[in-house]
Design a binder for this molecule. Structure first.
Ligand SMILES: [Zn+2]
Ligand SMILES: [Zn+2]
Length: 350
């Protein structure tokens, strides 16, 4: 088996060869075809995420140890199953739900693997998809993506699922109310698509980059606002003819979260998704008197991923530009993502 592994934090991935693993118990083995290369792997390869205020979340504190195989957007053919993996679809292609938990706790049994307190995620704590083979802990994490381009399905397991789960937390949104999408990058464009797929039109996108605002308009934003100005919040409220009912922050800096929170009406809701790493001062009294909800949204469930694939299959969300590269270029691709030199998404092909 071939894989590209983190041997030392912050260093390029290294090619490794080993035995093809044998599935045990409920495990299934896939021969991989594709794996999306995600920007979060840039941080994971470094070994930490910034938490704001100079604090860091170390990947070792999240249960990662080296060597590690990253890659949490895998897609491939099921080729073998353990003795307890009933109904494994041997010979068929499947998308893998990567956000697996311990499999045994109450959350995992309810299907809320992403809320497991002992996460064992594929491409984080478990070996991931920058490899030609992959062990998946249970057939319930295999998702049928028939009718959808497999490279697109692969990336839907991360950014598509995260934005769907985030905007779903705003439901039901009164149709006349305005929702702010903070950040017009890949996640922002995906969030616009998900809001529209759920039937919402009044979307105002905020970004500091004019090119991203233009892309947001093309993706269906009803209005855009240049961020980073003292008047950005006022402009958002002018467009909405008053304070907004909800905002989704896909950036996650001090500035973006403060801006979003400051524009909300009483009973408004802020969903935080972006992991840039910020902190906001929070007035307890104002939060109470404005009856605000601030909610984090991290990844999503198996059921939510199936809902995303249904939207894709029905043509309610549209694919984004995807560039295919050989697996051997995965480390270089992470370098380019770090430099901001990739437009759209890269999927490596095995
Ligand atoms: Zn990802
Ligand atoms: Zn669990």
């Amino acid at each position: 088996m071939l894989s590209y592994d983190v041997i030392e934090w912050g260093k390029p991935l290294e090619k490794a060869e080993g035995e093809i693993p044998k599935p045990k118990g409920t495990e299934v083995l896939l021969r991989l075809k594709y794996c999306g290369v995600c920007h979060s792997d840039v941080h994971i390869r470094e070994g930490y995420f910034e938490l704001g205020g100079g604090k860091r979340l170390l990947m070792t504190e999240r249960g990662m140890s080296l060597p590690a195989t990253l890659g949490h957007e895998p897609y491939g053919t099921v080729i073998a199953a353990g003795p307890d993996a009933a109904d494994a679809p041997i010979g068929e292609d499947r998308l893998v739900y990567p956000w697996t938990g311990c499999g045994a706790c109450a959350r995992c049994r309810e299907g809320l693997d992403n809320f497991c307190m002992a996460p064992a995620m594929i491409g984080i704590q478990r070996r991931g998809g920058y490899a030609d083979h992959l062990i998946v802990p249970h057939p319930r994490y295999l998702i049928d993506a028939a009718g959808i381009d497999p490279t697109w399905a692969a990336i839907l397991a991360c950014s598509g699922l995260s934005t769907y789960a985030a905007v779903s937390k705003l439901n039901p949104i009164p149709p006349e109310e305005w929702v702010a999408v903070i950040g017009g990058g890949g996640l922002g464009l995906s969030a616009i698509g998900m809001l529209k797929a759920l039937g919402h039109q009044h979307i105002v996108v905020v970004d500091i980059d004019d090119a991203k605002l233009k892309a947001a308009k093309t993706a269906g934003a009803a209005a855009t606002v240049k961020g980073g100005d003292a008047d950005s919040g006022k402009e958002m409220q002018r467009i909405a003819a008053g304070p907004l009912c909800a905002a989704v922050d896909l950036v996650g800096t001090n500035e973006t979260a403060s801006l979003a929170l400051g524009t909300l009406r009483k009973g408004g809701r802020l969903v935080l998704v972006g992991l840039y790493g910020g902190e906001i001062p929070l007035s307890v009294v104002a939060t109470i008197q404005r009856a605000l909800t601030i909610q984090g949204s991290h990844l999503g469930t198996v059921a939510e991923l199936k809902a995303v694939l249904a939207l894709a299959r029905e043509g309610k969300i549209q694919p984004i530009p995807i560039l295919k590269r050989p697996l051997s270029e995965v480390s270089r691709t992470l370098d380019e993502l770090k430099q901001g030199a990739i437009v759209g998404r890269v999927v490596v092909e095995m």
